[in-house]
Design a protein around this ligand. Structure first.
Ligand code: AHM
Ligand code: MG
Length: 355
């Protein structure tokens, strides 16, 4: 019989990868795992309890807050508070960064950015939703951390992961040494290693984008969509289109089977919809660690300067070859303001050069 390895056992084993660490990161990951189980418990009975629907409040992005968004936010913040390893939480559900105000947490080393319930509009109709998290080491050594500690580029992440509450519940994470996935076994209440060393196929045959926005899409994206739809035996086109409205569900599928997920800038939303700090950066770190690629159409997501907590970014993420193809088409239709994209000329290598 195959031995089961729980998330807790795996985290302890992997602590040896960080010889100078004192176990705080391991405890942080464990706390996130516990909160995920609590949130999962409530989501799985969402139709039975009064947790579906809206709170009547509007969140920081002008969107209706769902009851489950608020519940998940509280659970994760409370788990991080009792763990004592995190000094600040940045959440999609809070306008400002939240200080974990306790004696043990104020000098804690880590900052956690979180989207407690991504795709929450899907909860009312029983489609997969998820939690995304990203962990940074604070820049300052001690005392009260500041916003400056929080605004770090994606390359500075020490760990990132997501939980998908789907037909089964999974936690997938990376600490920069590959990506591993754990499935929740409800009979023992533990996340168990089910997808060791996840690797994204270089090329897939699925594309995910909200084609309802077609009229508002950049010309390069329109061209790429048409490319996906054209018959071509050599490249197994046409590709299949799959878009759930839950980024985690779409990216998780592409992570396992290969594919591309695009949420571009549109003529209505110049920087796209998804948030850099707690949506794009963590997913980019995971996908890169699994051998894939993540870009805003022109440059690597993880290299983008972070200037605001709720900054938005376009994202093209998934199988390496598919992202490169989409980037090639984006480069043919550079926006007028493309000059500010540093290093773009070098990267374009002669295609669509700007002066
Ligand atoms: P949310 O964080 O408010 O749930 O929004 C993020 C979600 C993503 O999961 C999904 O890919 C996207 O919004 C769907 O947006 P749209 O309906 O514009 O296609
Ligand atoms: Mg979200």
């Amino acid at each position: 019989m195959k031995a089961v390895k729980t998330l807790g056992q795996f985290i302890i084993e992997k602590q040896a990868d960080f010889p100078y660490a004192k176990g705080e990161l391991s405890r942080l990951l464990r706390d996130i795992g516990i909160a995920a189980k609590i949130v999962n418990r409530e989501i799985s009975k969402a139709g039975l309890i009064d947790i579906i629907g809206e709170t009547g409040e509007i969140n920081t992005h002008g969107e209706q807050q769902k009851k489950m968004d608020v519940y998940a936010n509280e659970q994760f913040i409370s788990a991080l508070q009792s763990g004592g390893e995190c000094c600040i939480v940045v959440s999609e559900e809070n306008d400002e960064h939240v200080y974990i105000d306790s004696e043990i947490s104020k000098n804690a080393k880590y900052i956690v950015a979180i989207d407690p319930l991504d795709g929450s509009s899907n909860i009312d109709v029983n489609v997969s939703v998820g939690t995304i998290f990203s962990i940074y080491r604070r820049k300052s050594d001690e005392g009260k951390a500041t916003l400056d500690d929080v605004l770090q580029k994606g390359t500075e992440q020490v760990a990132a992961g997501y939980v998908i509450y789907g037909s089964s519940t999974m936690l997938v994470y990376t600490t920069g040494k590959g990506v591993n996935g754990f499935t929740l076994d409800p009979s023992i209440g533990e996340f168990c290693l089910s997808h060791p060393e996840i690797s994204v196929p270089n090329q897939g045959n699925t594309y995910s984008i909200n084609e309802g926005y077609y009229t508002h899409l950049p010309a390069g994206v329109k061209k790429y969509i048409k490319y996906c739809q054209v018959e071509d035996d050599g490249t197994s086109r046409p590709y299949t289109s799959r878009y759930t409205g839950s980024m985690i569900a779409d990216i998780h599928r592409n992570l396992i089977k290969g594919g591309i997920f695009i949420y571009p800038a549109t003529s209505q939303y110049a920087n796209g919809k998804l948030r850099l700090v707690y949506e794009c950066n963590p997913m980019a770190f995971i996908v890169e660690q699994a051998g894939g690629k993540a870009s805003d159409g022109y440059r690597r997501i993880l290299d983008i300067e972070v200037t605001e907590l709720h900054q938005r970014s376009a994202i093209f993420i998934g199988s390496q070859k598919m992202i490169e193809k989409a980037e090639e088409m984006m480069a043919e239709f550079l926006p007028e303001n493309a000059k500010w994209i540093s290093g773009l000329n070098e990267k374009l290598n002669g295609v669509g050069q700007i002066n």
